[in-house]
Ligand binder design. Structure first.
Ligand code: ATP
Length: 354
């Protein structure tokens, strides 16, 4: 196992810079998830960790060693890809043992390491099958088995669950997390799925357009996002944003929207009266109340365990989520009470947290 240091790393393709100085410290044994929208540069960063892509500037270290110029096979990492990349003409056992064979290990050692990985992943009965005789989830497990057999210092995962159906994704998510708890191998995992990031990570790195927006523990990012981008990206359904003006006239501060709705906050900067802000409130922090902000119901979406209501506040829309069921229909006028203690304030221009 090893720590990984990504320091001020840049990457250009043909003179066009796609990573603009990325710094990510990763501790020994940590499970770190790189997350961000398509094209933000997360796969490129992972490929640079693996040595599959050259670094334009900056340094990457694994353990004590700077690996900028170290060949992929010398880095002591194992990567699991989205498409699994299994050899179709080899059995499960041969696929899993192949890297050891390349390294010149004897058959007895290979068999025992393959057997151990197969036990961990519950693949014991499938060792003689070929990839085409496996389900998507089983193939995914074989790809992980192949990584485990190498006993690397670091695991890299590139969207490993995106080819699986929704139910299997959830099951495999738990399996990968359990695997990490068991092996404690330093892991860097790329996904664009924020739920995967939230549920699996010790630490999330949120990226956008080639920069790191914020690094933190999942619930810290959820509770205290540094900016509107992170606030809107982490959480599902996403945080609501209502534009308004800060009112701090000595009494209890609030945010007033253009339609006159008063949005409660607990504290605000003293000199901010009249400042344009974006008021952030998560869907589960809007209470169904007799008073509060007036809203017109647009859509009601029951999922069974909860109900989502899309409602209009002036010319802006919000989503509210309730555990209990409310007998409302499109067109109804309701009142939603934002919980002031968990409301977020962002600067309207910069999007930064106030
Ligand atoms: P996705 O979730 O869609 O895989 P990503 O966040 O992993 O996206 P990257 O694949 O790292 O994004 O791509 C980052 C940027 O670099 C994109 O603008 C992409 O077009 C560009 N890029 C990636 N690889 C190359 C390449 N080989 N040549 C030129 N541009 C590239």
């Amino acid at each position: 196992m090893a720590s990984v240091q990504i320091h001020d790393v840049r990457k250009s393709f043909g003179g066009f810079e796609v990573l603009h100085g990325v710094t990510v410290p990763i501790e020994d044994g940590e499970f770190v998830v790189l997350v961000g929208p398509s094209g933000c540069g997360k796969s490129t960063l992972l490929r640079m960790l693996a040595g599959l892509e050259k670094i334009t500037a900056g340094t990457i270290s694994i353990g004590e060693r700077v690996v900028n110029d170290v060949q992929p096979k010398e880095r002591d990492i194992a990567m699991v890809f989205q498409n699994y990349a299994l050899y179709p003409h080899m059995t499960v056992a041969q696929n899993m043992g192949f890297s050891l064979k390349l390294r010149g290990a004897d058959q007895k050692t290979i068999d025992s390491k393959v057997r151990r990985a197969a036990d961990i992943l519950d693949l014991g009965k499938l060792l003689d099958r070929y990839p085409r005789q496996l389900s998507g989830g089983q193939r995914q497990r074989v790809a992980m088995g192949r990584a485990i057999v190498r006993d690397p210092q670091v695991f890299l995962f590139d969207e490993p669950l995106s080819n699986l159906d929704a139910k299997l994704r959830v099951a495999m998510r738990t399996e990968i997390k359990e695997l990490h708890q068991r092996l404690k191998t330093t892991t860097v995992y790329v996904t664009h799925d924020q739920i995967e990031a939230m549920t699996m990570a010790d630490k999330i790195v949120v990226m956008q357009d080639g920069i790191v927006e914020q690094i933190g523990a999942p619930l810290d990012l959820y509770d205290r996002p540094d900016n509107k981008f992170v606030a809107g990206f982490i959480g599902s359904p996403a945080m609501n944003f209502l534009d308004g003006t800060l009112k701090v006239n000595g009494g209890q501060p609030y945010v007033e929207t253009a339609s006159g709705a008063r949005l409660p906050i607990t504290a605000a900067p003293g000199n901010g009266n009249g400042r344009p802000v974006s008021y952030g409130i998560r869907p589960e922090h809007l209470d169904f109340a007799g008073s509060g902000i007036a809203a017109e119901v647009v859509v009601v979406e029951p999922t069974g365990s909860e109900t989502q209501i899309v409602a209009r506040v002036g010319d802006q829309e919000v989503i509210a989520v309730f555990r209990e069921r409310h007998p409302v229909a499109p067109g109804d006028l309701i009142h939603l009470q934002p919980r002031a203690d968990v409301a977020h304030l962002f600067d309207k221009e910069s999007g930064r947290r106030i």
